[in-house]
Design a protein around this ligand. Structure first.
Ligand SMILES: Nc1nc2c(ncn2[C@@H]2O[C@H](COP(=O)(O)OP(=O)(O)OP(=O)(O)O)[C@@H](O)[C@H]2O)c(=O)[nH]1
Ligand SMILES: C[S@@+](CC[C@H](N)C(=O)[O-])C[C@H]1O[C@@H](n2cnc3c(N)ncnc32)[C@H](O)[C@@H]1O
Ligand code: SF4
Ligand code: SF4
Length: 319
């Protein structure tokens, strides 16, 4: 039996950051091929393979969720690859204890048909990734002609009450930066149930080498956008997670995610990742410090969690 004190010790790293959120990639398979995808840190294989042999089973994921819940984790994010491609996803969601806030980040291509079932299984809310409302630009970014399906998915998620729905927009200079006002209008028209999340491109490790060089300068673009939001907002709140700011701009809620070279973001990082093949990943941007949970149960699982938390350090650090 884990005591309160032990549990909190296990989840607190040496930089006094306490894990309250677990981010689980339930698959590495994906039906899109976004040009910038960071593959949740799963390396070259992510999003292009569909390797069921190394994938964690639903029983393994559920057991892990149970242990994290016992240790005091408050929220669980399911991601991928594309999580809606996992056939037993609803069983995994049903295994999440009801006091835990569960959310899922999806590209939305299969959301229209699944939204109600996700809600009925106990999922709290969804983030839908959509960078553009322009069909040609959508095809350029994702490699597929699925814009209409995603828009239908957003409507279905709102109707099913998977709210607040967050719209994830990675800003890509020269590709979609002319669409910010359209996205604000889209979000404003749907009230506070829909939040626009403006994301700075994580352009690292050559992931985006094949992109138009115009994307470089993206960080400045998002920094400038945030200044504009701050200037025009009637309410600003700061989230516990990453100290991200949320602005109310003329009735549209906008959250800004700027992880790169941002020590404040990392200093307030309270999430631990789990890869689809069962590695606890202490930091999205670091490799080589993962801890495997494959085949572990009970106290062994807790020890692995403790080891992964011990391996955590802020990636961007204020000197
Ligand atoms: N560097 C870094 N980026 C992150 C981290 N967590 C999320 N992101 C990025 O933030 C963007 C949004 O991620 P989502 O999966 O929608 O989840 P979220 O916004 O972090 O979580 P909620 O706001 O609670 O729904 C994506 O581009 C993620 O890659 C993190 O811990 N480190
Ligand atoms: C890796 S995807 C996995 C979930 C799902 N397939 C989706 O696209 O929503 C999770 C989020 O990371 C974002 N993302 C992927 N690569 C990124 C990068 N290089 N920089 C910033 N955000 C990125 C995506 O836009 C998406 O919102
Ligand atoms: S849909 Fe998500 S996982 Fe798939 S390629 Fe795009 S960002 Fe990556
Ligand atoms: S330490 Fe920084 S880069 Fe690493 S996962 Fe946390 S917020 Fe992301």
């Amino acid at each position: 039996m884990t005591t309160e004190k032990n549990a909190s010790d296990i989840l607190t790293d040496t930089y006094n950051r306490k894990i309250s959120n677990i981010r689980i990639a339930v698959t590495s398979a994906c039906d899109l091929r976004c040009i910038y995808c960071h593959r949740e840190g799963e390396g070259d294989n992510g999003c292009t393979r569909d390797d069921h042999a190394s994938q964690m089973t639903k029983e393994e994921i559920s057991e892990l969720i149970g242990v994290f819940a016992e240790l005091g984790v408050k929220t669980i994010k399911l991601t991928g690859g594309e999580p809606l491609l996992r056939p037993d996803l609803l069983d995994i969601i049903r295994s999440i204890p009801p006091h835990i806030e569960s959310s899922l980040t999806t590209n939305g291509t299969h959301l229209a048909k699944l939204a109600k079932e996700l809600k009925d299984a106990g999922l709290s809310r969804v983030n839908v990734s959509l960078d553009t409302m322009n069909r040609d630009t959508y095809i350029k970014i994702t490699g597929k002609d699925r814009l209409k399906d995603v828009l239908d998915g957003i409507d279905a998620a709102l109707a099913a009450g998977l709210t607040p729905v967050k719209l994830n927009m990675v800003v890509l200079k020269g590709m979609n930066d002319n669409e910010i006002d359209d996205f604000l209008a889209f979000v404003r028209a749907r009230g506070e149930n829909l939040i626009l999340q403006i994301i700075e491109l994580m352009d690292i490790n050559g992931w985006t080498d094949d992109m138009d060089p115009a994307v470089h300068g993206n960080a400045q673009l998002v920094a400038d956008l945030e200044k504009e939001f701050a200037k025009h907002s009637s309410r600003v709140t700061t989230r516990h997670m990453h100290h991200r700011r949320k602005y109310l701009v003329d009735g549209a809620l906008v959250e800004v995610v700027r992880p790169m070279h941002n020590p404040e973001f990392c200093a307030n990082c309270n999430r631990l990742r789990v890869t689809s093949d069962g590695l606890l990943k202490p930091c999205l941007l670091k490799t080589g410090n993962e801890v495997s949970v494959k085949g572990l149960h009970g106290d062994e699982l807790k020890s692995a969690i403790a080891a992964a938390v011990k391996n955590r350090s802020p990636y961007f650090f204020a000197e």
